[in-house]
Design a protein around this ligand. Sequence first.
Ligand code: FMN
Length: 402
Amino acid sequence: MKAALAGRTVVLGVSGSIAAYKAVELLRLLVKDGADVYVVMSENAGRFIQPLTFEALSGHPVAVEVFDTAETASMEHVRQAERADCLIVAPATAGTLGKLACGLTGDALANFFIAYGGPTIIAPAMNDGMYAHPAVRENIARLKSRGAHFVDPEEGELACGRVGPGRLAEPADILAAARAVLQPVRDLEGLHFLVTAGPTREPIDPVRYLSNPSSGKMGYAIAAQAARRGAEVTLVSGPTALEPPEGVRFLPCLRAEEMHALVQENFAGCDVLVMTAAVGDFAVETVEKEKIKKNGDAPLVLTLKPTRDILKEVAQKKTHQFVVGFAAETENLIDSAKEKLRKKNLDLIVGNDISAPGIGFQSDSNQVVVVDRAGRADPWPLLPKSRIAGLLLDRILEARRA
Ligand SMILES: Cc1cc2nc3c(=O)[nH]c(=O)nc-3n(C[C@H](O)[C@H](O)[C@H](O)COP(=O)(O)O)c2cc1C
């Protein structure tokens, strides 16, 4: 039988609990299940267990120190591990939960968590009093609201001699949680998703162009997760620095006109269109064949013509397709999103306020409002784009069934 986690990369984060020794058993189970495991430790975890144990069992250097230059090699591994499929923090102490919930850095585990942003499983371990403390409860609630999965501690005799909830869950149960996260349900099987992503690029002359700072991260995350959940996915992408996701039919393009043609060609055969691309609204009317020369202080005047509205045109042709648009706005977010949904005959629109700092275009996180045809507007909290992608796919499925 094929190992359940074959081909998956897992980062195991260990913090300073008496239960740290159980992380060794968890590591062994993960490796046995086929996962490639990297271990990242909080500084205090090293007081309970030696990195060497994890190094020997995982076959990779272990990240412990943040500032130790001799660890450049393990930092390189940390960078590779940032592309991991899942982070498991087990055991998670009260202190580490606080650091993760508040986004504090300072040790290798907390730093890794901030840089990572992917699916995370947290298995707390502490005494019952600490576990019941409002600060710990709030930190757990905060992490849950951002999508972290928790494997709750068990009741029983604790290391301090007391009896209550706080004992780290059994490694086999944490492994089961990892399997559930890493083998997502294939609930999109039989559906064809057409996803657009990235900016478009309108040439001015052979060396200059008009574009925008869209990174493509949102669309790539949606395409990757839809494919993982069993959908057939076509990704039409403007120029980005991202690798095309695995298992996706990838159609690159530059100009809005090219993106328009690719979407038109593929629309009839799709079930769901998700337009995350930041398509330029204007293109230069006459593209110069030669590089435009600077003429002293004389201004350069370019005439721009509007590009075709891809979303509006395809949405008018829709038969059975479910069409999702994105609206990047700088004011009146919800009203503008509702207006766009109506005008463009969309089924769902995801609005985000790009004037707010730290979210939107280049960022790994976003804060969006999802508006449906009934005019219901759901504001979602600030979330990693990977999490927004998963929730949006759930929402599309739910709306299609309704
Ligand atoms: C013997 C011993 C066992 C401990 N076990 C736990 C524990 O299970 N859970 C916890 O939250 N803290 C525990 N602590 C306290 C943490 O080690 C301490 O709060 C530390 O600062 C946590 O650091 P870290 O979260 O960065 O690893 C223990 C401390 C000692 C000395």
